[in-house]
Design a protein around this ligand. Structure first.
Ligand code: PLP
Length: 406
């Protein structure tokens, strides 16, 4: 009965499948015997969701009417201002800026794809990627093409990026590029300052040749990437860009506020042109009305309260930093053991996940289950969630992956 374009659509979710298998194993063997390295949520050392006490306290103190009321379609103005301040910290580029509230970072990505790529055109992102990009492209009548994120020596592959940009722009007049950095899902990679310069040079050269370029930077995990301003330093590079180079940043409250299910984020527009910023606000508001109408008011108001309170903000940041340190400690164990046992993994800098390249990820993950370790088989390798694996259980995982691969 579906329309032809929707026929056959079915969500295949490797993460959900792996998590389900893990839960079955827990029922049989008990939670203490099973390692759940599947989930993209920070779990504490007892395997329960980690939350931030200050976020909970402020949320619970809010008026019920604030939680249940509608919000303006574009978002609460104070929320949009606070999102811009938190996203850039001390690294605001010399540019015109605006934000539009969205349903999580996913909603931000959706609007960028819906409004900044022509129907039928290709959008370019890295081969190691979050699979939702593919789904949104399909849903909105676009195609996703990829460049190799790494070369054979696992260095950032600027050459493949430049080749793919060039070949796509031989066929189309404009291009939307998506880059997920820092704390990239699924590898934990982050582009260095120098790599950002090279990426921007490639794109600026295309703009000089008359093409329209949009760049979407997905920073969903930025608060789990390291020190606030150093992880955001690259944002200054979006200063004084040519008019036909539009930058967007997908902001999410899910990880930074442990507010995953409250579905609140924003898409930020960065441009040297006020005209294109006004257009960005108009098309974003239109898309909001067409998709979810408006966004969770309580979550927006919570962020405003936290950001505006000079006493509470540092406490919230310190609590969040503790979670970051907990994830880092687990990842450090994996990285050190992988190096010691000779397991080849994708360069990890920070973030929720670490990836191990493999020709047959499904078989390796299946084999790992013999050791009651559950990881996610992706197209290019195995994803290990440091965010969900208690540090005691992280010991030995690298070696067991190596054994399973052999
Ligand atoms: N981007 C990446 C790479 C992600 O992994 C996620 C969540 O898993 C998001 C964006 C957006 O998350 P949310 O829609 O919960 O804000």
């Amino acid at each position: 009965m579906t329309a032809t374009h929707a026929a056959g659509r079915k969500l295949k979710d490797a993460i959900f499948d792996a998590n389900q298998a893990c839960n079955e194993a827990i029922k049989i063997h008990g939670a203490d015997k099973v390692t759940n390295a599947t989930i993209g949520v920070v779990l504490n050392e007892e395997g329960k969701i980690s939350t931030l006490p200050t976020v909970e306290k402020v949320f619970r103190s809010m008026e019920f009417s604030e939680l249940v009321s509608y919000a303006p379609i574009s978002g609460l103005p104070a929320y949009l201002d606070a999102v811009i301040d938190l996203t850039f910290a001390d690294n605001k580029p010399n540019a015109k800026l605006a934000a539009i509230a969205t349903a999580g970072g996913t909603g931000a990505i959706h609007h960028a794809i819906a409004n900044y790529a022509e129907r039928g055109d290709a959008i370019l992102t890295h081969d190691w990627r979050w699979g939702t990009y593919d789904i949104i492209c399909n849903e909105t009548g676009k195609r996703l093409e990829t460049f190799k994120l790494f070369d054979d020596d696992l260095n950032f592959n600027i050459n493949d990026f430049a080749v793919k940009v060039d070949s796509l722009l031989k066929k189309q007049k404009s291009l939307l590029v998506i880059i997920n950095s820092p704390a990239h899902n699924p590898t934990g990679y982050a582009l260095s300052d120098n790599e950002w310069d090279k990426v921007l040079d490639v794109l600026k050269a295309q703009v000089s040749a008359g093409k329209k370029i949009s760049l979407l930077v997905d920073v969903a995990y930025i608060d789990f990437a390291g020190e606030k301003n150093s992880t955001r330093a690259f944002m200054k590079k979006f200063s004084d860009l040519p008019e036909n180079f539009f930058v967007m940043i997908a902001f999410s409250m899910s990880k930074s506020f442990t507010f995953y299910g409250q579905r609140t984020g924003a898409l930020i527009g960065v441009s040297s042109s006020q005209k294109f910023i006004d257009e960005f606000k108009d098309v974003g508001k239109y898309s909001n009305r067409a998709t979810w109408s408006n966004i969770n008011r309580g979550a927006q108001a919570l962020l405003v309260k936290l950001a505006a309170d000079e006493k509470i903000l540092p406490i919230y940041e310190a609590e969040r930093n503790e979670l970051y340190q907990m994830v880092k400690r687990r990842a450090d164990i994996f990285v050190e053991e992988a190096k010691n046992c000779g397991l080849r993994f994708v360069p990890y800098k920070a973030g929720f996940f670490i990836s191990v390249p493999s020709d047959n990820p499904a078989a390796v993950c299946q084999r790992l289950r013999d050791d009651l370790i559950f990881a996610v088989p992706l197209k290019l390798g195995i994803r290990v969630a440091a965010c969900s694996t208690p540090h005691e259980k992280m010991y030995g995982v690298a070696e067991k992956i190596l054994r399973a691969m052999r």
